[in-house]
Design a protein around this ligand. Structure first.
Ligand SMILES: [Zn+2]
Length: 79
């Protein structure tokens, strides 16, 4: 709200300290640059200060995933 532009977080994100279970997808949107690309925004805890950090990712490929959806219910299918 204070700044129009988005400043980077002061600490770099290091993949080895991040896990998918810590990440929350908060937005999936068409990238503002156009060309039909998709942007995925994640909130992850900063490994350094534990503050929430919004990580903006670009979808580079969409391929078939050999998994049943919703992922949470996969185990229930075999009951
Ligand atoms: Zn930090």
């Amino acid at each position: 709200m204070t700044d129009e532009h988005q400043d980077g977080h002061e600490h770099p994100l290091e993949a080895e300290y991040l896990s998918p279970t810590d990440a929350t997808v908060v937005e999936i949107a068409e990238d503002e640059s156009g060309e039909g690309s998709i942007r995925v925004d994640l909130i992850v805890p900063c490994p350094t200060c534990s503050e929430p950090v919004r990580a903006i990712a670009q979808v580079e490929a969409a391929v078939d995933a050999d998994i049943d959806l919703p992922i949470e219910d996969v185990e229930d299918l075999y009951d």
